[in-house]
Design a binder for this molecule. Structure first.
Ligand code: 6GU
Length: 277
């Protein structure tokens, strides 16, 4: 996969060169390029922002540096020339090819989920446009929509100072799903959100530690009982911490034991789906 990030703080993205994703880049599984938006300004002060039309607090990111930077990204990702992007000659890609995805991190976006990470991991390229200040001139998104599949995406209901930290989270979530990036692909199957539930608790040696014991069932060697216990823990944890994840969930795979636990937790099965009892 090829990923391009545009930011006024390229150094902010440096940690993406470390650890698992750093190895993925060394192994050629991921190509990550970070572009400095200020390289696409033409004034002496390399200005990227200006005051908002209509008044109000803060500054808004100017459109032209964004068009130049995203044109460069589009050219690198699709092979169309920068010039044809500039003069509008590059419309929808020829041959019915999909438009490259452009993610615009914003607290006003659609909330990022594990399902979205899986979808994005199927794309050949991803571009990210990191806004700062009060945001990017809205016409940049309109213009970009002529070339990219533009998706405003939020990490959740809180406000960050800019898109960089959100991009780090999204690139890590997507990057670890690329084939070969996580050494043991089974690790991806049994983790929080992979099956709509939170992960079960895990333990390692010693079996007794500072007066806290590892649950007996995990020492039993009975794999059927262990699997049953883990699923029950997932249900209890999800009901306690994220009950909204259970509402409407597919319950067709749940047997008698799980249904009994769910009833105790205040949920029942109706038409194969979970609902509050
Ligand atoms: Cl994606 N961007 C910003 N600036 N703030 C956020 C966010 C994104 N997600 C949650 N808060």
């Amino acid at each position: 996969m090829r990923i391009d990030v545009v930011s006024i703080f390229p150094d902010y993205l440096a940690p993406l060169r470390l650890s698992l994703l750093g190895r993925a880049q060394e192994d050629g599984l991921l190509t990550l390029t970070v572009h400095d938006l200020r390289e696409f300004t033409s004034d002496r002060h390399r200005t990227v922002d200006d005051t908002p039309y209509g008044g109000g607090a803060g500054m808004v990111m100017k459109p032209e540096p964004w068009a130049l930077a995203l044109g460069r990204v589009l050219a690198a990702q699709t092979g169309v020339s920068d010039a044809s992007v500039d003069d509008g000659a590059a419309g929808a890609p020829a041959g019915g090819a999909r438009r490259p995805v452009l993610i615009v991190p914003s607290p006003a976006g659609q909330v990022f989920t594990q399902a979205m990470a899986h979808e994005l991991a199927e794309e050949p390229t991803l571009a990210f446009a990191c806004g700062r200040y009060e945001g990017i001139d809205e016409r940049v998104l309109d213009w970009a929509g002529e070339h990219f599949d533009v998706r405003p995406v939020s990490l959740g209901d809180y406000v960050l100072n800019g898109g960089e930290v959100a991009v780090m989270a999204m690139v890590e979530a997507v990057g670890r799903l690329l084939p070969g990036v996580v050494g043991n692909p089974h690790s991806l199957v049994e983790e929080s959100h992979s099956d709509g539930l939170l992960e079960y608790p895990v333990y390692t040696k010693p079996a007794s530690w500072r007066g806290h014991e590892v649950p007996e069932v995990l020492l039993s060697g009975n794999h059927g009982r262990i699997a049953q216990w883990r699923l029950e823990q997932q249900l209890r944890r999800t009901a306690a911490r994220r009950p909204e994840l259970l509402e409407g969930a597919d319950a067709s795979a749940y047997g008698k034991a799980e249904r009994a636990v769910l009833r105790e937790l205040g949920f029942e099965v109706a038409d194969g789906r979970l609902r509050r009892a």
